[in-house]
Design a protein around this ligand. Sequence first.
Ligand SMILES: [Zn+2]
Ligand SMILES: [Zn+2]
Length: 134
Amino acid sequence: MKVNGSCHCGQITYEADVDPERVGICNCTDCQVLTGSAFRVSVPAPAAAFRLPTGHPKIYVKTADSGVKRRHSFCPNCGTPVSASADVDDPPSYSLRVGCLAQRAQLPPKRRIWCKSALVWAQNVSSIPGIEGQ
Ligand SMILES: [Zn+2]
Ligand SMILES: [Zn+2]
């Protein structure tokens, strides 16, 4: 599926080709902090079809407890996360943040990982009362 994304301020735009069957939720604590939310939804995009027509993301290198480093890119102006990749100059793929993709409504997650650190209250939000207009 061809997808396109943008950061919130619009400086950074990008295009990619993703497999909708590979959309996943990550419940690791790094993703909770880096998103400021309960979990992250992402999908891998092969580097061959990943293009960044506009903008210059800033890079933050995250080191996991295991010692593995990942490059996280984000908009230097508005802070929107764009992608993550291996800590090399020509990574084979980029992990795109589904919430920034125009096609996000058509990309429901197919798997969850790091379930041990999942926030229990975030696993079923449909029972929480919805208030219209907020
Ligand atoms: Zn931005
Ligand atoms: Zn994670």
